[in-house]
Design a protein around this ligand. Structure first.
Ligand code: NAD
Ligand code: KPL
Length: 305
């Protein structure tokens, strides 16, 4: 049997990956938070993927972190703020040649994970696919997209990309994954916080072009300073293009706040501000944006980290 895919986190992206891998006949094991979630999952009978309006249930076997079997391939599909502790719990189960695929948005969590499992190969991913949960153990495939995978320390592509091919998961091996992650982070920093503060869809930012342009200039300065000039290239034009192309959508941060969920601020704007401080770079508008967002989250009684 080929190496099983252990999928940590049965949320939106975890389910999207687990169901497509299982549909292709590949061995998949879900890792759930605790025995109670495992019982709930077993009662539901599997993971349901809703695609083009049609729902299909896949009886993917599940376990908790307490299962004793070794893990060689782990897809980490939790939020950035949960990744380090979730992986630390599984560290004793990882084989000497273990590989982790990190689906987290933003930056910071990938390094935190790599530190707790120094023996494992950590592959980062940046995805434009979109999925959301419309019930327990049910996920809607909302936006077809693409996933770039890469390992900043080791440019050779892993053989299991064939599994992604078989599962029809659109992907590409990237030798500049850090540039992709920084570019996405910059886009998210220029768009997401403003949609929360102005209480608008992405398209609403067309009324705030000056504010967006000022942030893009500071973000480009930051990218240049941290050795990512390619991620800074035409940033403002790209941000304006995304705002226009996704005008009717609510940003992921807007949706988190609207649903009273913790945001990934520390791995997006928080990370950008932290790196700017490390480089002694003064970015007043970005700093002020972070302060405004933190205050706003606190005023709503939501976590601000
Ligand atoms: P989600 O909240 O839907 O799913 C995360 C899951 O991880 C939850 O079910 C949670 O219970 C589980 N989890 C957390 N800690 C765990 C633990 N210790 N053990 C087992 N399970 C645990 O999140 P998501 O939307 O799938 O996002 C995951 C990451 O992917 C985020 O960083 C997000 O920004 C990124 N992303 C999401 C999308 C999307 O469309 N949903 C698109 C691109 C990137
Ligand atoms: O990725 C996004 C998000 O909402 O998180 C976009 C659509 C690019 C807005 O930043």
């Amino acid at each position: 049997m080929s190496t099983p895919w252990h999928v940590l986190g049965a949320g939106s992206l975890g389910t999207l990956w687990a169901t497509r891998l299982a549909r292709a006949g590949l061995p998949v094991r879900l890792i759930l938070r605790d025995a109670e979630r495992l019982r709930s999952y077993q009662a539901a009978g599997g993971l349901t993927l809703v695609e083009h309006g049609a729902a299909t249930t896949y009886a993917v076997p599940a376990q908790t972190a307490a299962d004793p079997k070794r893990i060689r391939r782990l897809l980490v599909a939790c939020k950035a703020y949960d990744a380090e502790s979730a992986v630390a719990r599984l560290a004793p189960r990882l084989s000497a040649d273990a590989e982790l695929i990190l689906l987290q948005n933003g930056l910071g969590s990938q390094d935190a994970v790599a530190t707790v499992v120094p023996q494992a190969r950590c592959i980062s991913a940046s995805s434009t696919e979109g999925a959301f949960r419309d019930g327990d153990w049910r996920v809607v495939f909302a936006g077809h997209g693409f996933t770039w995978l890469g390992d900043a320390g080791h440019p050779v592509a892993p053989i299991w990309l064939d599994d992604l091919q078989a599962a029809n998961i659109p992907h590409e091996w990237s030798t500049d994954i850090l540039t992709r992650l920084w570019r996405k982070l910059a886009l998210n920093c220029a768009i997401n916080p403003l949609t929360v503060l102005h209480d608008c869809r992405n398209g609403g930012l067309e009324q705030h072009q000056c504010e967006v342009a000022t942030l893009c200039a500071e973000l480009a300065e930051l990218l240049e300073r941290c050795g990512q000039p390619a991620a800074a290239l035409d940033l403002q034009q790209e941000v304006e293009r995304v705002i226009h192309a996704t005008a009717a959508n609510y940003s992921s941060m807007y949706q988190d706040v609207a649903n009273r969920r913790r945001t990934e601020i520390s791995y997006l704007l928080g990370h950008a501000c932290k790196v700017a401080t490390r480089h002694q770079l003064n970015l007043p508008h970005l700093t002020q944006l972070q302060q405004r967002l933190v205050e706003h989250l606190r005023s709503l009684g939501l976590p601000s980290d």
